[in-house]
Design a protein around this ligand. Structure first.
Ligand code: TNX
Length: 533
């Protein structure tokens, strides 16, 4: 039993609680946890955040102190000089060796890695970069157990050294079928951040709506921002909304990847821009949920300028390195025309300095370059550097494997595992079921490197869940589908395979759901999880 340090009321409040180690409390489970003997650390009235003056560390220190303040109703100082008295949360930037990373750790992953060491006086968070410090802070938040005195926390003595397995840990959210405003996206970002996810891919355009205002083509959002599935209210992000959202995500080390879906899934564009249709007349608005019927036309003069304007604007509005071009489910186009249009999009984005991401269908359009114009070398490089997102396990494995052989990197989004728009079971009130029912265990119990056995491990960039919103009309529905499955996907993407264990994961889940309830999120009480444990 914890004794506490004699004499302080904070310490007395520690006497009955026994806080957990990261192995029992933290999702995704950290790579390495060593419990240490001794009384827990008490963060009470003397609690403060100690940081160097490095701006990256200061930014995280301010976030941590703010969170502690909200939870304790007391002001938490951020200081640069410290007297060493008990109760310090210390943030340090250091090199990979000081974090405890094995030599040869991938430099990108090392940026997100951290060390967390708890003694009876302090908890020291060490990382190579701000991203790692933020991850350490998230782990600390999950470890801290409220003490008996209000506004105090206990943290078990331990050492955690943690590094992500995959660099890309994402969520694709469809805001085209139904629109969700920046307020909802902030809450999505918060829950992603707490699970150490780092990519928010927004499916911004589809047959039913166009959700981003681009300066060169204001009619797109003006006209097709209004529509949505089932004639529900539409909406779109203004340039200002977009900037604010990106800044919010960036401060949590989440990169936003905008998707402009083409050359199919474009009815909203055809509805707003008549010159994109063969007859020159705007297409009728579409608010159903069929897929595969709409398309651009390579031989229309308006098509290439449209691609240049829209992709150029989106690239310019988005500081991150990636733009997603969709490319999925084009059911009414010959391969040659599909190839022409995909390559045109890749070329525009390469000119704008972006790396292209596309659904698995683009794999067939990536190989071999033709012509010998001035842009040829750049196009070849862009095609070879593209990222292919695998989703439909019924087809495409061969094409994706071939693209990976030629240099493409692969993101895994197998629908039977991580399509979080699939119902959990037949009784789930929202969702689809074309890929079957996807229970929490389905989202958890799979091995990414077995999905495409022909793709070498070093070509697999990561894992991304997807939430399509044909049937999702409210934030409550959205989070019901997301949680708790997103936690399962996060652990698949972050934790070493050897640390993953369904029994342990499901026993840890109620700690997460308790927090989600406190924060006002809906979530699905799956019968697979021992809630009363
Ligand atoms: C397939 S996944 C689609 C989406 C649908 C989704 C519904 C993908 C690249 N295309 O257009 O919304 O299924 O689950």
């Amino acid at each position: 039993m914890a004794q506490g340090t004699e004499g302080t009321s904070d310490a007395r409040s520690a006497a009955h609680a026994q806080p957990p180690t990261a192995t029992d409390a933290v999702t995704p489970i950290p790579a390495h946890v060593e419990p240490r003997a001794g009384d827990p650390l008490v963060l009470g009235s003397g609690a403060r955040v100690v940081t160097s003056t490095d701006p990256q560390a200061v930014a995280i220190a301010v976030l941590v102190a703010g969170r502690m303040e909200r939870a304790s109703d007391r002001s938490i100082a951020v200081v640069h000089e410290d007297d060493g008295s008990p109760g310090a949360v210390v943030l340090r930037l250091a090199d990979a060796a000081a974090v405890g990373l094995p030599p040869g750790t991938d430099a990108g992953l090392a940026q997100e890695a951290y060390r967390l060491e708890v003694t009876d006086r302090s908890v020291v968070l060490t990382a190579v970069a701000g991203a790692g410090l933020l991850n350490a802070a998230r782990t600390l938040q999950q470890l801290a157990e409220p003490g008996e005195a209000p506004g105090t926390w206990l943290v078990a003595r331990q050492l955690v050294v943690d590094v992500p397995r995959f660099a890309w840990r994402g969520l694709c959210l469809d805001v085209a079928r139904h629109f969700f405003g920046v307020d909802v996206l902030r809450r999505v970002v918060d829950v992603m951040a707490s699970l150490k996810l780092n990519v928010l891919h927004l499916h911004l355009t589809d047959d039913q709506g166009w959700r981003i205002d681009v300066p060169s083509r204001p009619e797109l959002a003006d006209v097709s921002g209004k529509t949505a599935v089932g004639d529900d209210p539409g909406g779109f992000y203004t340039a200002q909304d977009w900037t604010q959202l990106l800044a919010y995500a960036e401060s949590r080390h989440i990169t936003v990847v905008p998707e402009i879906d083409l050359p199919g899934h474009v009815n909203a564009a055809l509805h707003a821009v008549g010159e994109l249709t063969p007859g020159g007349r705007p297409a009728r608005a579409y608010t159903g949920i069929d897929v595969g019927f709409s398309r651009l036309h390579a031989d229309l003069p308006a098509t290439r300028p449209f691609l240049r304007d829209v992709l150029g604007d989106v690239a310019a509005m988005t500081p991150g390195p990636w733009v997603h071009i969709g490319g999925d489910e084009v059911l009414t186009m010959e391969p040659a025309e599909y190839r022409t249009l995909v390559r045109a999009a890749v070329e525009e984005l390469a000119a704008a300095g972006k790396t292209v991401v596309g659904w698995q269908e683009i794999a067939s359009a990536l190989d071999g370059a033709e012509g010998d114009g001035p842009g040829r070398a750049a196009l070849e490089e862009a095609l070879a550097g593209a990222i292919v997102q695998y989703w439909d396990e019924r087809e495409g494995a061969e094409e994706v494997t071939r693209a990976a052989d030629q240099g493409a990197r692969v993101i895994l989004s197998p629908a039977t595992r991580v399509y979080l728009d699939m119902r959990y079971d037949a009784a789930t009130p929202v969702g689809l079921d074309w890929a079957g029912h996807v229970e929490v265990r389905d989202s958890y119990d799979w091995e990414p490197l077995e999905v495409l056995p022909g793709v070498p491990a070093d070509r697999v960039l990561g894992v991304e869940a997807a939430l399509w919103t044909e049937t999702v009309r409210t934030a409550e529905d959205l989070f019901l589908l997301l949680l708790p499955r997103l936690a399962a996907v996060a652990e698949v993407a972050w934790s070493p395979a050897a640390r993953r264990d369904w029994e342990a994961f499901r026993r840890r889940l109620p700690r997460q759901t308790r927090r989600w309830t406190e924060e006002g999120y809906t979530w699905y009480p799956s019968p697979q999880v021992p809630w009363s444990h």
